[in-house]
Design a protein around this ligand. Structure first.
Ligand code: 9D3
Length: 258
């Protein structure tokens, strides 16, 4: 995937290019990431890209000339059919199914705004789609762009050390994840309580382990995110596992009791 990001803070993106999944995807040539800086397209000696809002009010607005120039430069650098995607609080909510759809694209131009936003005329002329990462106020589109790139990169073929991980992920089934445990088998917590790993995980019975994990995923989704379950058509086996979970008193998960 050929990903082009437009941002006046290109240094921020070293946070993702130099570590983990995205760094690996770039090294493996599964992902290419190019940052385009609107300041390089400003026409004054101070590289000014913001102006005071017409009509008054607080804050600044990103100016049309450098923004339209940098968008055209990014589109030329990307393949011609790349969509221009504006990150904004007014956009459609980005979720796992959106990440799957983005991962199928050959190229994309992500437009990260700062200040109060970008002059509306540029958005009307250049932007194909508008996406948000959630209902909270951030100070710019850079973190949302990085969030989206991370979610997309881990779905690209071979970008994971282990290609099975993406398929086993929480949300792939539409469910929350099951609990995980590692050494030691018995762990003394800060209250002096001995906490054991569930017996089934030590049983060596792979079918029983898979069933337990499935049941935990279903039960936790029912307790914590019941609206996700409404989106799913559960199998008879999943119904049985969830009913069994509901009828077994889960005394240590009462904070999520409904
Ligand atoms: C305080 C400014 N707000 C006035 C009501 C408007 C506003 C402008 C710019 C709010 C946020 C931003 C910067 N945010 C983004 O560019 C952004 C974002 C977000 O803030 N939340 C969730 N997803 C996204 S995608 C881009």
């Amino acid at each position: 995937m050929d990903c082009h990001v437009i941002s006046i803070f290109p240094e921020m993106f070293s946070a993702i290019t130099e570590h983990g999944v995205i760094g690996r995807a770039i090294k493996q040539n599964v992902l290419s990431l190019t940052i385009h800086n609107p300041r390089d397209h400003a026409d004054d000696k101070h590289s000014k890209v913001d102006g005071r809002p017409f009509g008054g009010g607080p804050g600044m607005v990103m100016m049309p000339e450098p923004m339209s120039k940098v968008i055209e430069a990014a589109k030329t650098a990307a393949s011609s059919d790349a969509k221009v995607v504006y990150l904004s609080p007014q956009g459609k909510r980005f979720d796992h199914s959106a990440a799957i759809e983005f991962a199928k694209r050959d190229s994309v131009v992500l437009l990260a705004g700062r200040y109060e936003g970008i002059d509306e005329r540029v958005l009307e002329s250049h932007v194909d789609e508008e996406w948000s990462i959630g209902d909270y106020v951030l100070s710019g589109g850079e973190l949302p762009a990085m969030v989206m790139i991370d979610a997309i990169a881990r779905l690209l073929p071979d970008s994971l050390g282990n290609s099975e991980s993406a398929e086993q992920d929480s949300f792939v089934q539409g469910l929350l994840d099951c609990p995980h445990y590692t050494k030691p088998r018995s762990f003394v917590d800060q209250f002096g309580d001995e906490k054991e790993v569930p017996d089934v995980l030590l049983s060596g019975d792979h079918q029983a382990i898979e069933q337990w994990r499935q049941q935990q995923a279903l039960g936790r989704t029912w307790l914590r995110r019941p609206e996700l379950l409404k989106e799913l058509e559960l199998t008879d086996e999943q119904h049985r596992l969830l009913d069994e979970y509901k009828s077994s008193n889960n005394l240590d998960d009462t904070s999520f009791e409904q």
